[in-house]
Design a protein around this ligand. Structure first.
Ligand SMILES: [Zn+2]
Length: 517
C-alpha cells in the first residue's frame, strides 16, 4: 500500500515538474502563439514560460494564472526554436565591436551560428573565444577548426604531400583546438591550401576529431567538374566518414555548373546508401541559384596559386607558364557558365562591384580570362556565380537529412536572407512543409552538430526562441542590394533574454560561446 502511494506521489511530482515552473514567478511568458516545437510536424497551441536562461514551462494556453514579469502575446504569430545556422563566415565580424551584434543573422531568426567553415578558422580558438566573450556577441557561436588553417600553420601554402612528422604536428593542433571547445573540423578541399591534402591526410586528422566526439564538416573537393568531379567528391567524404568513424556533414550541397545539373538524384542515392551502411551523412543548403566565392578561387587553376597570391603573379609573369594559366582560367570560366554568369559582389576596388566579368572584360578591352588577373591585381574580389539549377535546389531541400545553412558571407544576399527566403519562396511556394523547414533549421541541426539542450521548445532546454509573422516573414536582400535586413521577425529570445522586440533590435548582446564538453 505504502509503496503504491509512494509511486503515486512520484508520478504526481513528475507531472507537476513537467507542467509548472520550478519556483516562483517566470521571467517571460509567451501566450497565444502557434507553436512549432522543432520536433513535431503539427503546431501546438501552448504557452511557454521562461525563467533565467531556460524554458521552464510548456503547457495549456488557457491557463494564465502563472505569475510572470513579462508577457508576450503572440496572437497570430509563429513561435519556434531559434534557428541554428550550420555554415557562416561571421568569424571576423563577431570580433569587431561594430558588428558583433551579428544583426544580418539575428534578423533571420538565427540564434546560433557556426564559424570556422570551409577549412578556414580563426586560430587559436581559445584566443578568439576570449575576444568574443569579453566584448559580447549578438548570437550564440559554435567553433569548428579549419583543416586548411591547420595545414597552413604547419606547412605553409605549398602544394605537396605532408610528411609523417607534419601530420603529427597537424594532429596536435587539431587536438588543441578541439580541447578549446570546437564541435568538429571543417575542410575546404576545393580551396588552397586544404585542396593540397590527400584523402589519407584528412582521415588522419578526422580521427583525432572523432576521438573528441566532434563532427566532420566539408566543402567538397569538387562540387561540379573542376577536378575529381562531384560524385567522386561525395564518395571521398563518405570514405572519410567510414575510415575515421565520424559523422559527415556536407556543406552547401549543390550541383555546381551546367555539366552536373540534375545530378542531385545520384548524389542523394550515395548519401542514402551510406546512411544505410551506418555512416552518418547529412548536409546543409542555402536557397539560392548563385554560389559565392573569391574570384581567384572560382576560376584560377589550383596549381597556379600554390604558395599564395604573390606566387601566382610570379608565375603569371613567366612567359612559359602564362598561356597555361590563362587556358585553365578560360576553362573554369566556361564551367561557371561564362563571364556573364560571374557577378562581382564585393571588391577592394569598389568600381568593380555590381558588374559581371563579361562587362568588365569588355570595358577593359581584354579577354575575360585576362581581365580576371587585372581585377585580382587591384585586390581581393568576391563573385556570385549563377551556376545552380532550381531542380537540384528543390530536390536536395526535400531530403530529411538536409538542413538550412546560410553560408553567409559579405556581398551575397544569403548573409541577410537565407532562412526567411527559404520560408517565403519554398515553404509558401509549396516545396517543403513549414514544420520541415523549422525542424530542419533547429532540432535536426542541433542533433547533427551534437549541441545539447537547444533546437527544440522543451522544458529544460535553453530559451532560444523566435516569434515571426507568417504573413510578412521574408528576405529583402538581393544581388543588387545585398545588405538589407530580413523582415517579419517580431521577437528573438536568446538564452532567455530578449534581443529583438516588436521587430526592433534591443541593443543587447545575449549570445554565448557554446563549447563542446
Ligand atoms: Zn564553402
Amino acid at each position: 500500500m505504502r509503496v503504491k502511494r509512494n509511486i503515486l506521489l512520484v508520478l504526481v511530482a513528475a507531472m507537476l515538474s513537467r507542467c509548472t515552473p520550478a519556483t516562483g514567478e517566470m521571467d517571460i511568458f509567451i501566450k497565444n502563439g502557434i507553436v512549432y516545437d522543432g520536433i513535431d510536424s503539427l503546431p501546438k497551441l501552448v504557452s511557454i514560460g521562461i525563467k533565467g536562461d531556460r524554458i521552464v514551462y510548456v503547457g495549456n494556453q488557457e491557463k494564465e494564472d502563472i505569475p510572470t514579469r513579462r508577457t508576450i502575446d503572440a496572437q497570430g504569430l509563429i513561435v519556434a526554436p531559434g534557428f541554428i545556422d550550420t555554415h557562416t563566415h561571421a568569424d571576423v565580424e563577431l570580433g569587431s565591436p561594430s558588428e558583433s551584434d551579428n544583426k544580418p543573422f539575428l534578423f533571420q531568426g538565427i540564434t546560433t551560428v557556426v564559424v570556422g567553415n570551409d577549412g578556414s578558422s580563426l586560430f587559436p580558438i581559445s584566443k578568439y573565444s576570449k575576444i568574443y566573450e569579453d566584448q559580447g556577441i549578438g548570437t550564440n557561436v559554435i567553433f569548428l577548426v579549419g583543416q586548411g588553417t591547420i595545414r597552413e600553420r604547419v606547412m605553409g601554402k605549398v602544394d605537396r604531400k605532408a610528411t609523417p612528422d607534419e601530420v603529427l604536428s597537424m594532429q596536435d593542433l587539431v587536438k588543441q583546438e578541439m580541447d578549446a571547445g570546437a564541435f568538429g573540423m571543417s575542410t575546404g578541399l576545393f580551396y588552397a591550401p586544404g585542396s593540397y591534402a590527400t584523402t589519407q591526410e584528412v582521415i588522419s586528422l578526422a580521427k583525432v576529431v572523432s576521438k573528441n566526439h566532434g563532427i566532420y564538416d566539408t566543402h567538397l573537393r569538387d562540387e561540379g567538374c573542376y577536378s575529381i568531379g562531384l560524385v567522386a567528391a561525395v564518395e571521398e567524404a563518405v570514405e572519410i566518414g567510414e575510415k575515421a568513424n565520424i559523422p559527415i556533414h556536407i556543406s552547401h550541397i549543390k550541383c555546381l555548373g551546367r555539366e552536373v545539373w540534375k545530378r542531385s538524384d545520384s548524389i542523394i542515392k550515395i548519401v542514402e546508401e551510406a546512411n544505410k551502411r551506418g555512416v552518418e551523412v547529412t548536409a546543409n543548403q542555402y536557397p539560392y541559384e548563385a554560389s559565392a566565392t573569391g574570384l581567384q578561387a572560382a576560376v584560377v587553376p589550383r596549381w597556379a596559386e600554390s604558395g599564395g597570391k604573390d606566387s601566382l603573379f610570379i608565375r603569371y609573369s613567366d612567359p612559359n607558364l602564362k598561356p597555361r594559366i590563362l587556358e585553365g582560367t578560360r576553362q573554369n570560366i566556361e564551367l561557371r557558365g561564362g563571364p556573364e554568369k560571374l557577378l562581382i559582389v564585393n571588391s577592394e576596388y569598389e568600381a568593380y562591384e555590381g558588374k559581371t566579368l563579361g562587362e568588365l572584360s569588355e570595358s577593359m578591352e581584354l579577354n575575360p580570362n585576362e581581365a580576371v588577373f587585372e581585377i585580382l591585381k587591384k585586390g581581393y574580389a568576391r563573385v556570385a556565380s549563377f551556376s545552380i539549377d532550381p531542380y537540384d535546389i528543390e530536390n536536395f531541400m526535400q531530403q530529411e537529412w538536409v538542413v538550412t545553412g546560410s553560408d553567409g558571407n559579405t556581398g551575397h544576399p544569403r548573409k541577410y536572407g537565407a532562412f526567411p527566403r527559404k520560408y517565403k519562396k519554398y515553404v509558401k511556394g509549396g516545396t517543403i512543409k513549414l514544420s520541415d523547414f523549422i525542424n530542419r533549421s533547429t532540432s535536426k541541426t542541433a542533433q547533427i552538430l551534437r549541441i545539447p539542450d537547444r533546437g527544440a521548445i522543451q522544458v529544460g532546454n535553453y530559451a532560444d526562441i523566435i516569434i515571426f509573422n507568417p504573413e510578412t516573414f521574408g528576405d529583402r536582400a538581393d544581388y543588387q542590394n545585398p545588405f538589407q535586413l530580413s523582415e517579419g521577425l517580431e521577437y528573438s529570445i536568446i538564452n532567455g533574454k530578449i534581443s529583438v522586440e516588436n521587430g526592433g533590435y534591443t541593443e543587447k548582446l545575449n549570445g554565448r560561446i557554446l563549447k563542446k564538453e
